[in-house]
Ligand binder design. Structure first.
Ligand SMILES: NC(=O)c1ccc[n+]([C@@H]2O[C@H](COP(=O)([O-])OP(=O)(O)OC[C@H]3O[C@@H](n4cnc5c(N)ncnc54)[C@H](O)[C@@H]3O)[C@@H](O)[C@H]2O)c1
Length: 270
């Protein structure tokens, strides 16, 4: 029996049509939340929204919005608060990367701007519009919770994806700034996934394996990451069990960033 700790609460998930966002949507709706799912992929957004609504019986409102555009984010936030009387959980999750480079300076200016606009400015714009009203909510002991999706590449920066790494390091910094400024009524944390099969790899395991091989990535816990691995941590961060935690980045990567590669992975007698 699932604990419906989100009953009477609203959750807004950006990038809600696919991957982690879709996983958060099912998990929160199963726990009683009504949802606003935000995405730019109209077809997938409609498909996911209908599926979550049908399987959970919760209200699911799809809103098409490019999170990198302030006018669209303002309209989206207005519509969100018209549809639901509260947003208790904000999953600031939409994001992605656009290429790999041999040299950090090879990233074209246009692509650098695109990555920063989507991953960093997008999360900032959404947080700004939603937090304004979230902080006035009268729930106790907290008015709301914000959960950002960052990445291990924002912790162990990767010169092969400089724009992406810089944007995700920025997300972690922004999360800490918001945790300070929105305390004591709103908690703000981040989840930093490692390598998990989602739309980011076109849901193609071979493409993800190739990326990991090229980066010489070894996972101490010796398996690929799943959407569920990240969803489980988001359930904890959305629940009362995490009410005394704010300003933290939760790395969910099978040990890649923190533990590193243990000796037995090296084919050596030393
Ligand atoms: N998959 C991984 O291994 C991994 C690792 C670290 C971090 N991440 C991060 O996880 C988050 C979710 O990505 P995912 O892996 O689930 O991939 P995904 O491609 O399955 O989902 C991302 C969703 O964001 C939407 N989106 C893209 N641009 C948008 C925009 N401008 N406005 C609104 N929506 C937009 C896409 O349409 C898509 O539905 C991203 O922030 C990504 O950087 C993923």
């Amino acid at each position: 029996m699932v604990d419906k700790f989100l009953e009477g609460k609203g959750a807004l998930i950006t990038g809600g049509a696919s991957g982690f966002g879709r996983g958060f949507a099912f998990a929160y709706a199963q726990r009683g939340a009504d949802l606003i799912l935000v995405d730019i992929n109209k077809e997938l957004l409609e498909e996911t929204s209908k599926k979550v609504e049908k399987e959970t019986g919760q209200k699911v409102i799809p809103i098409i919005c490019d999170v990198a555009k302030s006018d669209q984010v303002q309209n989206m936030a207005k519509q969100a608060f018209e549809e639901l009387d509260n947003i208790f959980i904000l999953n600031n999750n939409a994001g992605g990367g656009f290429g790999f480079y041999k040299d950090p300076f090879r990233v074209k200016e246009e692509l650098f701007d695109k990555t920063i606009a989507l991953n960093l400015k997008g999360q900032w714009l959404v947080a700004k519009e939603i937090a304004k009203k979230m902080k006035k909510q009268t729930f106790e002991p907290l008015a709301g919770k914000i959960i950002h999706t960052a990445s291990i590449s924002g912790v162990r920066v990767d010169p092969g994806i400089p724009d992406y790494s810089i944007s995700k390091a920025g997300v972690i910094a922004m999360m800490q700034i918001l945790a300070q400024s929105l305390a004591p009524r709103i908690t703000v944390n981040a989840i930093s996934p490692g390598y998990h099969l989602t739309g980011a790899y076109r849901n193609n395991l071979e493409a993800m394996k190739m990326t990991m091989d090229e980066g010489h990535v070894k996972t101490p816990l010796n398996r690929y990451g799943t959407v569920e691995d990240v969803v489980e941590v988001s359930i904890f961060l959305a629940s009362p069990a995490s009410n005394f935690i704010t300003g933290h980045n939760f790395i969910v990567d099978g040990g890649i960033a923190e533990v590193g590669v243990p000796a037995h992975y090296f084919k050596s007698d030393i």
